[in-house]
Design a protein around this ligand. Structure first.
Ligand code: SAH
Ligand code: SF4
Ligand code: F3S
Length: 448
């Protein structure tokens, strides 16, 4: 009988993209997918280590899943992804963990999954957490098992060598490596042929993408790759994430400006508005340099939305540093932000060399001020859109009402509007914005 497999994914878009690669590797080997954990013979949690609470969530889930072993003695529980890489075979120590895990497989070892599953079936515990400097899974066609059929992710590079002092990713994902351009362009073209209308090119640092053809010596940079993908069809939208402020070039901004189908939205994590905190974070730019990137965006791609990530309460952050973060947010007027409290990660440079000295209450208070300000900025940004007309790519019918549809505009803002003309996911519509909240735009369909 075919075994059923269920994959649950935590963390960033790269992890979601990896789960599609895992599904592809596994389903080629006679495993089928289950809709929920309770129905599966094999459960994989593809995990995230970025903050302590991300790991805590996975530990809680692993503990909760143990009861399924009673009705299914052969159940295989595997930890994949960043926690597998960070915690390695210690996850198999039943006594230490207070639960049982059967497999631990790091992000570069997914090709080994069918063999590891055989090892587990023969009664062994299975581990492979070897990081690679070459693996990009370029030849594997991801199985888009949780897709809306409209938007898809394509990983174009893996790993990170920036070593921001707070960050665990360089340790869990290893060396930076780029995927062969032809395989990326072919995947995008296939997706368009299948009806997909939006792809997001993914990497921890997409703009350091580079590929060199060993025979011809021809080199590809990220702007060139973007142009090639954008040229597939004007009806295929292109997004990308995430960009590091240190290498968002004018060349890239020119490419974004010149293609209608390259979305006018840049996610540019600032982390802090204080140059001294940025130095301690090893972000490799100052407040002024960050702001000069924003000026470049505003002058070359004026209609571009800019979003960011902010960390509250990093080591040594003073009240003045925090006020500099708030003033940076105001000065840029971010359209959207992901905001976090600093969480010390074992093994990082910050954990080794810097003191996690901002008290928990102060971190919480600063985070709340950052969130409140961002809500105000997001609302202001959305209010500025009222009266404008945007091209919206329809993604789904609205959760609240069948007759409402929702999609996103080029700036990545969610737009909800009435569907009285039979629009389907994957269709484009021109929508005039008539109202908003801080989270969404509301509008009505118009001719142009
Ligand atoms: N590669 C991306 C970000 C990946 S992690 C980049 O460099 O922009 C996503 C976000 O998580 C980071 O931008 C940062 O804001 C946050 N983050 C990373 N490590 C963290 C930590 N130890 N504590 C709190 N937030 C953290
Ligand atoms: Fe982490 Fe910095 Fe790399 Fe982003 S650039 S993944 S924050 S080390
Ligand atoms: Fe988390 Fe790993 Fe992504 S730590 S954010 S899943 S790269």
């Amino acid at each position: 009988m075919e075994k059923k497999i269920y994959i649950e994914t935590y963390g960033c878009q790269m992890n979601f993209s990896d789960s599609e690669i895992v599904a592809s590797i596994i389903t080629e080997k006679n495993y089928t997918s289950a809709d929920k954990a309770e129905d599966a013979d094999i459960i994989f949690l593809n995990t995230c280590s970025i903050r302590e609470n991300a790991e805590q969530k996975v530990f809680n889930r692993l503990k909760q899943l143990q009861h399924l072993r009673k009705s299914k003695p052969g159940l295989v529980l595997g930890v994949l992804g960043c926690m597998a890489e960070r915690l390695k075979s210690s996850l198999l120590e039943e006594e230490e963990m207070g639960m049982r895990v059967d497999m631990v497989v790091g992000p570069d070892s997914y090709r080994d999954l069918p063999q590891l599953l055989l090892d587990v079936e023969s009664g062994q515990k299975a581990v492979n957490v070897i990081l690679s400097s070459e693996e990009t899974y370029a030849d594997i066609t991801p199985v888009r098992y949780a897709s809306n059929g409209v938007s898809a992710f394509i990983s174009i590079m893996r790993g990170c060598e920036n070593f921001c002092t707070y960050c665990v990713v360089p340790f869990t994902r290893g060396k930076e490596r780029s995927r062969k351009p032809e395989s990326i362009i072919n995947e995008a073209r296939d997706l368009f042929g299948q009806g997909y209308r939006e792809i997001t090119l993914l990497g921890q640092n997409v703009n350091s993408y580079h590929w060199k053809n060993e025979e011809s010596g021809a080199a590809w940079t990220f702007p060139q790759l973007m142009e090639a993908v954008a040229s597939i069809d004007p009806a295929l939208r292109i997004r990308f994430a995430t960009s590091h402020p240190k290498d968002i070039s004018e060349e890239l901004l020119q490419v974004i400006a010149s293609y209608n189908n390259i979305c006018k939205a840049i996610h540019l994590p600032a982390q802090s508005g204080s140059s001294s905190v940025l130095k301690n974070m090893n972000r490799k730019y100052t407040r002024e340099e960050y702001l000069s990137r924003i000026l470049a965006i505003r002058s070359i791609v004026p209609e571009c939305a800019v979003s960011t990530d902010i960390i509250a309460g990093f080591c040594g952050e003073t009240q003045d540093d925090h006020l500099l973060t708030l003033s940076l947010m105001r000065e840029v007027g971010f359209d959207f932000a992901y905001m976090f409290k600093y969480s010390e990660r074992p093994g990082t440079l910050a954990a080794k060399k810097l003191e996690d000295d901002v008290p928990e209450e102060v971190k919480s208070k600063r985070l709340q001020e950052i969130i409140d300000l961002q809500n105000e900025l997001s609302l202001k940004s959305n209010q500025g859109d009222v009266g404008k007309v945007f091209e919206v790519l329809v993604e789904r019918t609205s959760k609240k009402s069948e007759k409402r549809v929702s999609g996103r505009n080029s700036q990545n803002k969610v737009v909800v509007f009435d569907n009285n003309t039979g629009l389907k996911p994957g269709d484009y519509a021109m929508v005039k914005i008539t109202g908003c909240s801080s989270a969404t735009l509301q509008g009505e369909r118009t001719e142009g």
